[in-house]
Design a binder for this molecule. Structure first.
Ligand code: PLP
Length: 363
């Protein structure tokens, strides 16, 4: 009965565990705090009705507006199907399977390893230090054959920024040998920390951005790679001929208008206020061991009984993200910042858990 199709697949694809995206993990929630999405939909209307035509490969309006937003020139900007596609395009353009490697520092974003495994490129990991900063001497020891170093800042799922001086040292030790890719998916929550201002100084720096988080457009699938023109030109060789559909380019252009950017900034300041209230409330709960500070739209917290917390909230329709399996994150759950009401519901559910003051009073 066996169709032998499985045996036809590439060995690395047979061995691959696909990215456990929040959507794939399922759940029957009505409070979705597991994918770092913006909690409310921003309405858009399509203005283009030319779906009989192929779209532009790099829609001019989107590129120009993003370049202006990022303080760069259009030839320093590539737009793609989410930042995830940017992660993969870099590997396809710079890494020879079976020869070159990529490097990153867990605990961090899961797609760096999934993309490397899919393409069949070796990946090396150098665990972050206990303070979740780069272990530079250990990275220096591992750089032989590495073409890309992914540094997520602020880091997902820990929420902290990577010290800029450490990134500078990393850029010095990789000069002429490898690219340093700064994943700035959450940079709108701490815009002063962006490294785009360093592109002039470092030809091998690359910055990844997305409309999925602060811009509230995860469903649009639109991300950006920012780099010097030479890097962008190489990525243009391997990108699909029509990576963005016409409706995506249409809406991305609107989101990057002055009005769209102003709205995003309003959303960011509301989320930051909600986040800081949630951090304060979580710190008062007995079931919470530690709440880490955050420069993003999510919070990482360590719980006294995280699997029980995760399941109890899951059963009530509040879906969090379990980070328990990541190195150094035993007992940790990640909570995306939802609406104030969603955060209140989460705190209320946590207050009823064993070990917390309310449930002890009731007992
Ligand atoms: C969400 C996220 C991305 C992916 O963004 P998309 O544009 O939705 O593909 C990339 N990097 C990090 C760190 C993220 O959290």
């Amino acid at each position: 009965m066996s169709s032998k199709i499985e045996e036809l697949a590439r060995a690395n694809v047979r061995a691959l565990t696909p990215y456990q995206s929040a959507r794939r993990l399922g759940g029957n929630g009505d409070v979705w705090l597991n994918a770092n999405e913006y909690p409310l939909a921003v309405p858009f209307e399509l203005s283009q009705q030319t779906l009989n035509r192929y779209p532009e490969c790099q829609p001019k309006r989107v590129i120009e507006r993003y370049a202006a937003y990022a303080g760069l020139t259009p030839d320093q900007v590539l737009v793609s199907r989410g930042a995830d596609e940017g992660i993969e395009l870099l590997m396809r353009a710079f890494c020879e399977p079976g020869k070159d490697a990529v490097l990153f520092c867990p605990p961090t974003y899961g797609m760096y390893s999934v993309s490397a495994e899919t393409i069949g490129i070796e990946y090396r990991t150098v665990e972050a230090r206990d303070d979740w900063q780069l272990n530079l001497p250990a990275i220096a020891d591992q750089l032989e054959g590495v073409k890309l170093v992914y540094v997520c800042s602020p880091n997902n799922p820990t929420g902290n920024l990577i010290n800029p001086e450490d990134i500078r040292q990393l850029l010095e030790m990789t000069r002429g040998k490898a690219l340093v890719v700064a994943d700035e998916a959450y940079i709108e929550f701490c815009p002063q920390a962006s490294l785009t201002g360093w592109l002039q100084e470092y030809p091998h720096l690359v910055v990844l951005r997305t409309l999925s988080k602060a811009f509230a457009l995860a469903g649009l699938r639109c991300g950006f790679t920012l780099a010097n023109a030479e890097v962008i030109a190489l990525l243009m060789k391997v990108i699909a001929p029509y990576p963005l559909s016409t409706p995506v380019a249409d809406i991305a252009g609107q989101a990057l208008s002055d009005q769209g950017i102003a709205l995003m900034r309003e959303h960011v300041s509301q989320l930051v206020a909600t986040r800081d209230r949630l951090i304060a409330e979580l710190r008062n709960l007995d079931c919470v061991e530690q709440v880490f500070s955050s420069d993003t739209n999510y919070i990482l917290a360590r719980f006294t009984a995280s699997s029980q917390v995760f399941k109890t909230l899951w059963d009530q329709g509040i879906i969090l993200r379990d980070q328990n399996k990541q190195p150094g994150l035993a007992g940790c759950l990640r909570i995306s910042i939802g609406t104030p009401e969603e955060c209140e519901r989460t705190v209320a559910a946590l207050k009823l858990l064993p070990g917390s003051p309310v449930s002890q009073e009731q007992a």
